[in-house]
Design a binder for this molecule. Structure first.
Ligand SMILES: Nc1ncnc2c1ncn2[C@@H]1O[C@H](COP(=O)(O)OP(=O)(O)OP(=O)(O)O)[C@@H](O)[C@H]1O
Length: 236
């Protein structure tokens, strides 16, 4: 089998639930390696629920999902941390430890995900901070950074374990437009280096500006711009 041509994410006839309520049904789509995909839909339409199912925060009860080499139908609780190492997960609230420096924030994740060698930890940390343009900030505390810089740290943190796909839930939601644009460009750079990106967003200017594929949650279904005429006129 040629793994280089396997999609990084494959969803087949899945139903996305919140508790006992089905939120999206008949969800089927694939994301190829290197692909950039927007996930849109009105507030409450199911974007976060879909992403949460993909990183095994919500159980998959019906249908099939394979992501980053894991089969979510078969995954055991103790395997979920290994799945999440292969995914870069990014939210709009930055979720950094405010009482630890940037280096300590990153080291915390690295130690929790099995990194032991101090030299390698330092080296990888420097690499990801350079990638996000924050190579001089490792000793700073989160409150000494702007919102956009804090989001860059979160992206650096998500890249530590070289994920095959980034799952981003409104990553630019709390940032002013210029800063949001910079963060978006960073996602594009990461994507050009070979990481797939699935990004939930309400920012329809981005959709107009960048003609990536669009998945839209609408009326309990997921529409795909590859097979449907997906409109994104109204942001909400
Ligand atoms: N923890 C929860 N428990 C029960 N129902 C929930 C929970 N979280 C979300 N829901 C419900 O699931 C549905 C989908 O919500 P979800 O958060 O996935 O939408 P969304 O498209 O991400 O919205 P937004 O754009 O506002 O973030 C909504 O009806 C919401 O009320």
């Amino acid at each position: 089998m040629d793994f280089a041509t396997q999609p990084v994410l494959k969803v087949d006839q899945a139903t996305i639930f919140q508790g006992i309520d089905p939120i999206l049904s008949n969800v089927s789509f694939s994301v190829e390696q290197h692909e950039f995909v927007f996930l849109i839909g009105k507030t409450g339409s199911g974007k976060s629920s879909l992403l949460k199912t993909l990183y095994a925060d919500l159980p998959l009860r019906s249908g099939k999902v394979e992501i980053a080499g894991f089969d979510l139908n078969k995954i055991k609780n103790n395997e979920v941390p290994f799945l999440r190492r292969k995914l870069g997960i990014i939210f709009q609230d930055f979720q950094l430890f405010n009482d630890r420096s940037i280096a300590e924030n990153l080291a915390f994740v690295m130690k929790a995900t099995g990194w032991k060698d101090k030299g390698k930890i330092k080296e990888r940390m420097a690499e990801v901070l350079l990638l996000v343009g924050l190579n001089n900030s490792s000793s700073k505390m989160p409150h000494q950074l702007s919102g956009g810089e804090q989001q860059r740290v979160v992206i650096a943190r998500a890249l530590l374990n070289e994920p095959s796909i980034l799952l981003a839930d409104e990553p630019t939601g709390n940032l002013d437009p210029d800063v949001a644009d910079g963060i978006f460009k960073l996602f594009q750079e990461i994507n050009k280096k070979g990481t797939a990106v699935l990004m939930a967003t309400h920012n329809h200017d981005l959709l107009r500006k960048y003609p990536y594929r669009v998945l839209k949650c609408e009326a309990g279904k997921l529409l795909d711009s590859q097979t449907h005429d997906v409109s994104f006129g109204s942001p909400y």
